[in-house]
Design a protein around this ligand. Structure first.
Ligand SMILES: [Zn+2]
Length: 127
């Protein structure tokens, strides 16, 4: 009888330890596509800034020709601008949602552009 009790307590404590882990995993999977894209953009932004820093550093050390430096830096700046534009437009979307002025899908409540006939997220035809 003591043995069964011990097994029961062991199972209960295992469940106690592992259950929150499973719960966490689920919430990670529940991250929306939009958040994933945003995470990716933030990651890209960091990577581009890092490359610009490295480029500046190479130039300080005289490891890079002035022409190469200017060309690479322009290129990186363009990439950074694209990422920042994409980021600020997704931030703007959230701002609109908070203000409650956005057009929302009648099915999934995602933000729609004023001229969207179909929801880009779920495909629902809008009235
Ligand atoms: Zn929808």
């Amino acid at each position: 009888m003591d043995f069964f009790l011990a097994v029961l307590i062991l199972l209960a404590s295992l469940a106690y330890v592992f259950y929150p882990l499973f719960g966490q995993q689920k919430s990670v999977q529940a991250i929306t596509e939009k958040e994933r894209i945003r995470e990716g953009l933030l990651f890209d932004k960091e990577a581009i800034y890092q490359q610009i820093l490295e480029l500046d550093f190479d130039r300080e050390l005289g490891n890079i020709e002035e022409d190469d430096y200017n060309r690479s830096r322009d290129d990186l700046k363009k990439q950074a601008a694209r990422v920042i534009t994409a980021l600020s437009s997704s931030a703007g979307e959230n701002g609109i949602k908070k203000a409650g002025k956005a057009l929302l899908c009648i099915n999934c409540q995602e933000n729609l552009a004023p001229d969207d006939k179909f929801c880009p997220y779920c495909g629902q035809k809008q009235k």
